[in-house]
Every structure is written in C-alpha cells, then in structure tokens.
Design a protein around this ligand. Sequence first.
Ligand code: GLV
Ligand code: MN
Ligand code: MN
Ligand code: MN
Length: 421
Amino acid sequence: MTTARRVLDRCAALTAYSASPDHLERTYLTPQHAAANTAVAGWMRDAGLDTETDAAGNLWGRRAPEPPGTDGARQEPGTRGVPALVLGSHLDTVPDAGAFDGMLGVVLAIAVAERLRDVALPFALEVVGFWDEEGARFGTALMGSKAVAGQWDAAWWDRPDADGVTVREAFERFGLAPDRIGEAARHPEDLVGYLEAHIEQGPRLEAADLPLGYVTSIAGARRFVLTLTGEARHAGGTPYERRKDALAAASEVVLAAERLAREAGALATVGDIGVEPGAVNVIPGRARLTLDVRAVDDAARDALVAAIEAAGRELGARRGVAFEIAETHSAPSAVCSDRLSHAIADGIRAARSGEHTPDVPGLWSPAGHDAMAMAAVTEVGMLFVRCHDGISHHPAESVREDDVAVALDAFEAAVFAVARG
Ligand code: GLV
Ligand code: MN
Ligand code: MN
Ligand code: MN
C-alpha cells in the first residue's frame, strides 16, 4: 500500500469515532475525543514517536534528534533541551463533517515523521493533534492550540455546552485537571516553528489545476450571538402596525450582513438561528442568530462588524425590536512567516520538480486554522492541498490520492528546507 493510500485510509478510519452512527461529529472532551486520541497515539508510536496527552487534551507525538556523533543518545525536546519543529492540525470536527478537515494534517504529519524516523535533524520533531479548533461544543474555538500558545482564557471555564456542562466539568469528566492548564503552554524558545497541512476548503487550487499551495495569511474570525427581542403575539389577531416580529427583523439583519460583507469584499455568515416561542401561530418574540465575520485583514473585519451592528440596531428599531450583540470568539489574523512559507514553497517545488517550472501559488486562507493560535508563540507556515469542488464542513469533502502523495513529498521536503535554515 502506498503511504498516500494509508493516509486516506486512516482519515476514513477516524470517521468511526463519532457521536452519531450516521454522521461524523467529534467534539472536545467527549468519549470520541478520548477514543480518537487512543487510535492516533497508536499510529504515532508505530512511527517511532513517544506520545503524551497534554493538560488541554491535545495529543502529542515526540522524537528527539540524534545528532551525529552522540552515539544515539537522545536529547529531551522542548523546555528540557533542543527546540522542536511541530507538525500538526486538529482532530475535532464540525457536526456532519467530512473526513479531512484537520485529520488530513495530523495523519500526514505522522506519515512524514515516520519517513524521517532514521534521519538526523538539527531540531526535535513533534506531531500534534489539537482539539477544539472548530469550537463546535462550547461555542468558542481553538481552545487546544490557544492553551499551547499560552492564551487559555479563564473566562472559558464557565462556558456551557448545549447540555449545560461547563468546560470545567468537561475537563474533570475527561480526567484533566483544570488547575494544570498552564502546563500545556509552550514557550517561544522551545519552538523552531509550526507547520500545518490542511485541505484548502475552497475552490482556488482546483480552478488553477494545481495540487498544492502555501498560505500567506489566515483570516481571524470574530463570532457573535445576536439577540433580537420583540413581542410574541397572536398570528391572527395582531395587525402589522402592532407587530414587533423578532424573526422578520432578524431576516433583514441576515440579508444586511450579506450585502455589507459583499460590498466590503469580506465574508459574513449567519449559520444558526433560533426563535421563541417557536409556534406556527405565534409571532416570534425573540430570535437568536450566530454571526461569523472574516476579512483579509483585521481592520476590514472590524469595520464590517461595526457596520453590521449599526444596521442591526437601525433595522430592529424600525420594527420596535431590540438588538443586542455579544461576542463569543475573536482571533487576530495571522501572517505566515517568510522563512516557513519559503520552506513550504521550496518543498512544493521539490515535490513537483519533474514538472516544467511548477506554479506555486501563495493563498490567503479565509478559513481559520490552529496555525493562527500558534502564531502567538512561534513562526507558522501552512501547506494547502486541493480538495474536490472546494467543499468542506460537509460529508462530501474529498482529496485525490495523487495529491496526497505529492503533499507528503512536499511536507517532508519542507522539513528539510527548515533544517537547512
Ligand atoms: C474553521 O474551520 C473555521 O471556521 O474557519
Ligand atoms: Mn473546519
Ligand atoms: Mn480545520
Ligand atoms: Mn388561541
């Protein structure tokens, strides 16, 4: 079996660790998290890595360098010795997910570590499977990689999931000690950098007929809950001039957000909406909407948030509906470092050297990644792999085996490029 085939088979195998038998859903600090960590740890050990679950539930596989002439005496990585180059991505998913968003990057990193097993490198090599990149359970995101970047937010402890279980309770049920969260943090001096491979989650590589690209920068999303409060009343007895219809106002806000984002060349999405009391013959008294806002840079994103907020207040006021906005997540956009972007681009060129002057595009990532959290503590670089039809956050996610094969070669060559300095 080719290594690329095995990478695809492992991504398929991970779909078994799901909260539901008929779709893939694997969220932070659940039994599926523990089971997936166990399965992936086995693959890490097969690749010659020592494994550890950190204080935030992230899974690590580590090897230390065996510098020539040291008789194979291994040095401890991280704080205890030589700095580490970290390869990885995330193991959690959105609800009704595909098999590759996150998992491809972890499994591919393990395969590269296995290839490099007997190769001396001037740094420690580590592989990480982060948790909660998607934020599907507690409504924030990147909790695992933010813990590693030393950016755990104490306000998260009391956040509840949909069943009212708080982050603190979930930690304890999972067997993690909340008061040890600080131990997950890594320090800049212990790290050489962080490299992440990920499916593109968009259509640009496929449109350009290219298997791979490198990432220039990653958009930082801001996320909100919007609450519109009007008045629930009889659907038959209330004339229009007496209505304060929260859902009608919310509908205008959804369309205003889309229009304002398009005008700004940015992205705003209402992904979820709930209405109270929720009956066929009652005018909605309250509507709650999620809002996700992204742009090429943080200033453009923040300006769009301000414009949507102003529109929401005005549209609500016209209908007698109160508009409130509460932020649930914010990440600064991250720029991939020149050094690691060059290493990834060199890796792509090396992997495609049989071709005449391979085209190596640098792409902006509107999707968020663990790399943006890691950028707070070390340099980051990302490799994008073409995915069919640009579809992601959907069970139809797919990648080509020949693309995975060239991605493996490119990622391995990128590690060598970092080693050359
Ligand atoms: C992560 O998938 C995101 O929402 O960008
Ligand atoms: Mn995702
Ligand atoms: Mn992802
Ligand atoms: Mn009645």
